[in-house]
Ligand binder design. Structure first.
Ligand code: GAR
Length: 199
């Protein structure tokens, strides 16, 4: 079984979906061994409620260089083989991307290549989709490389925009109808690949 870490910055509903999937036996190839937050986040409480280890490495307090060092050290000391970004809002340090090449996945709340890249995160993504006037949006899980939201796409799911949607209602529907479904599925897919490679 692959040991995974989930990196978070906020409410942690995607983390909750992952923990639920593991507990219900829908991710048999991985175990969420660690949750790491880059700032005070409700997601850490969710981790504790599920009996998982949570670690806070406050990026703003220690600066990017030390954050990178601490993060890499924590991952390797805990034998982490795969990293899942679930609402993680810092840019991931290059050292981590290199150390975990093809073993880091991210959930993004749009159909990449629309509304993605630098500056597109959280509600801003949904505001941009509504401002543009697209009628279909969704979520994407992709491999993380050095280009923000630019790595290989693993899964996507479309969500229709309703005429009376606000950024908030759209965010919620994209989570419910797309993110919470495809993130556990893609995580299981990559964990299975890692297991097969090490056989
Ligand atoms: C989610 O919608 C996630 O897709 C998004 O932040 C939200 C986190 O919610 N991530 C990004 O925008 C990354 N570019 P959560 O903390 O409840 O999972």
């Amino acid at each position: 079984m692959v040991k995974a870490a989930v990196l978070v910055s906020g409410g942690g509903t995607n983390l909750e979906a992952l923990l639920k999937a593991e507990e219900e036996g829908r991710m048999p190839s991985l175990h969420i061994a660690l949750v790491i937050a880059d700032r005070e986040a409700y997601a850490l409480k969710r981790a504790a409620d599920h009996g998982r280890r949570g670690i806070l490495i406050e990026r703003r307090a220690i600066g990017m260089k030390r954050f990178s060092e601490e993060l890499l050290k924590t991952l390797s000391e805990n034998g982490i083989q795969m990293v899942i970004l679930a609402g993680f809002l810092s840019i991931l340090p290059e050292t981590v991307i290199e150390a975990y090449k093809d073993r880091i996945i991210n959930i993004h709340p749009s159909l990449i290549p629309s509304f993605c890249g630098k500056g597109f995160y959280g509600l801003k993504v949904h505001e941009a989709a509504l401002d543009y006037g697209v009628k279909v949006t969704g979520a994407t899980v992709h491999i993380v490389n050095e280009i923000p939201d630019g790595g290989r796409i693993l899964m996507q799911k479309a969500v229709y925009i309703e005429p009376d949607d606000t950024a908030e209602t759209l965010q919620r529907r994209v989570m419910e109808e797309a993110e919470w479904i495809i993130l556990p599925q893609a995580a299981e897919m990559i964990a299975k690949e890692i297991e097969n490679e090490s056989r």
